[in-house]
Ligand binder design. Structure first.
Ligand SMILES: Nc1ncnc2c1ncn2[C@@H]1O[C@H](COP(=O)(O)OP(=O)(O)OP(=O)(O)O)[C@@H](O)[C@H]1O
Ligand SMILES: [Mg+2]
Length: 500
């Protein structure tokens, strides 16, 4: 297949009322490709599709179709059709009329011109419509169903009518927004195979949206993993599964063990209290996230692996057992077809190429803030007590709240801008909205013995923290940071603030 770009999104942003929903979206889609947008609810999948279809305009950026900007082309003139998240078929029309609906409204160039030389438009003839509808129904294997009422069809058949309706206009690109969302699991699996067949047969470019990672892995040539309006990773299903670029992708795509680790040298990484051989190259002493898939952990006799672990739970999953092992205080999930008893001590081995090392996304929280006249730190999201004596060695705060240097010079830091750094282990959260800084938990990833949690405030300031406690996404919490844990640096020289 020629690697011809049919669609390109360049630096696309979308805001709704000043709230950013899609950020810096860059993607090209090749002709005939099956591309899937995968991500959790609310991450901007539908919004991105709607911009491609023309129902929304990007706040910034360009969308190119066959190399040309399509911003001025209205939805119905784009060679793009959509199967919507809730595929609204007309219940009072039969299959034929549902598929023919758009065609009956459509006007095409008649080949004639009026007195002004403008082309005269005409409706399609009955025969033309007939032919198109029958072709479309044939493509989705519903030839015999023309006169059936919609509500006599199964979910899967209705789904195929929705697809027939979208392809009857012979679009170059078909957008499918969670088209299988309404179906039960068995039907979903069948329809996935059918969709894949249909994609091959039609030769149209498919852009598909789902939050189901298995569906994305089964169907796609290319997966675009999204979170919170941003692309996290673009790649083949194999790339994304084997080489996730960060902890979010690893956690979202399949079961995985994720740990904090440290690079020892070019071939070794330290995690789970042990030294493992690895193949990824990172700078020495770099703090990294390490992913090990449960199916890549090998169980062997005690003392024969890299480390020993104890089996604490066992669940039969049909083909394999899923075990939870404890390595000291860390959990390790393992999938294995051999049966072992709970409480057995076993040896653990992981092949070097099965240890996936990723850049740590967050090493610390960094903010820009300023000081108020009571020496509080003011961030976008609220006020925190802080220790300003760290800004000048040997200083103290006098009764009036001024900073006094060891040489007796006095500084007034009211409104001084500061860079703020807070470690991931230095933030506490508490249920409820009592605190000065309040936010919502937007993400939680398990890292073997603790969770990495992201709290987002209404001002869109993020607090990333490590905690051993279990929280839930969407919990409303108050953020607390002890005074001595807040590291401050002035953005200007301190002498700028010397009191005259
Ligand atoms: N017209 C709109 N006005 C304001 N906010 C909107 C609008 N459309 C979408 N949003 C917001 O944009 C964000 C992304 O929504 P979108 O529908 O693109 O998510 P999604 O990834 O398709 O989620 P889901 O998997 O639940 O369908 C959400 O927070 C949503 O509330
Ligand atoms: Mg959606």
């Amino acid at each position: 297949m020629a690697a011809e770009k049919i669609l390109e999104l360049k630096g696309v942003y979308k805001d709704f009322d000043g709230v950013s929903v899609v950020e810096d979206f860059n993607l090209y889609v090749k002709k005939g490709e099956f591309v899937t947008f995968l991500g959790p609810s609310g991450c901007g999948k539908t919004t991105t599709l709607r911009m491609i279809a023309g129902f929304e305009m990007p706040t910034k950026g360009e969308i190119l179709l066959n190399g040309k900007d399509i911003s001025s082309i209205p939805p119905h003139k784009r060679p793009i059709n959509t199967v919507f998240q809730r595929y609204a078929l007309f219940p009072h029309l039969d299959v034929y009329d549902n598929v023919a609906f758009g065609l009956k409204l459509k006007k095409i160039n008649s080949g004639k011109v009026n007195k002004k030389g403008e082309p005269i438009l005409r409706h399609l003839t009955k025969q033309e419509i007939d032919k198109k509808v029958n072709d479309a129904l044939k493509k989705v294997d519903l030839e015999e169903f023309e006169y059936r009422d919609i509500d006599t069809l199964s979910g899967g058949q209705q789904q195929r009518v929705a697809i027939a309706r979208a392809i009857v206009n012979e679009p170059e690109i078909l957008l499918l927004d969670e088209p299988l969302g309404a179906l039960d699991l068995k039907m979903r699996k069948d329809m996935q195979l059918e969709l894949k067949e249909m994609h091959k047969k039609l030769g149209i470019t498919f852009i598909y949206v789902t939050h189901d990672q298995e569906e994305a892995l089964t169907l796609s040539d290319t997966i675009v993993v999204m979170n919170d309006g941003c692309i996290q990773q673009i790649g083949t299903p194999k790339d994304i599964y084997d080489e996730p670029v960060n902890a979010f992708v690893a956690d979202f795509i399949g079961e995985s063990n994720i740990y904090s680790g440290t690079i020892i040298d070019d071939n070794h990484v330290h995690f789970l209290y042990h030294k493992f051989e690895c193949v990824d190259k990172f700078p020495k002493n770099e703090k990294v996230d390490v992913v090990v898939r449960p199916e890549d952990v090998e169980i062997m006799e005690k003392d024969e692996g890299i480390l020993n672990a104890k089996i604490v739970s066992k669940i039969f999953k049909g083909v394999h057992y899923e075990y939870i092992l404890m390595v000291g205080k860390m959990e390790l999930m393992v999938q294995d077809t051999t049966s072992y008893d709970v409480d057995t001590e076993v040896g653990i081995y992981v092949k070097p190429f099965n240890i996936q090392i990723m850049n740590k996304e967050f090493k610390s929280n960094q903010y820009i803030g300023y000081l108020d006249k009571y020496n509080n730190l003011i961030l976008d999201s609220g006020k925190l007590e802080c220790d300003i004596t760290q800004l000048l060695k040997g200083s103290h705060v006098d009764e009036e709240g001024y900073l006094v240097g060891p040489d007796g010079k006095i500084y007034d830091l009211t409104d001084a801008d500061v860079k703020v750094e807070v470690g991931l282990g230095d933030i506490d959260i508490e249920d409820g909205e009592e605190g000065e800084i309040v936010g919502e938990i937007i993400s939680m990833v398990y890292l073997g013995d603790h969770y990495r949690v992201i709290v987002r405030t209404e001002e869109e300031e993020d607090f990333v923290l490590d905690t051993i406690y279990t929280w839930n996404e969407e919990d409303r919490v108050s953020v607390h940071i002890a005074k001595e844990k807040i590291k401050l640096t002035l953005t200007k020289e301190i002498k700028e603030y010397e009191k005259a």
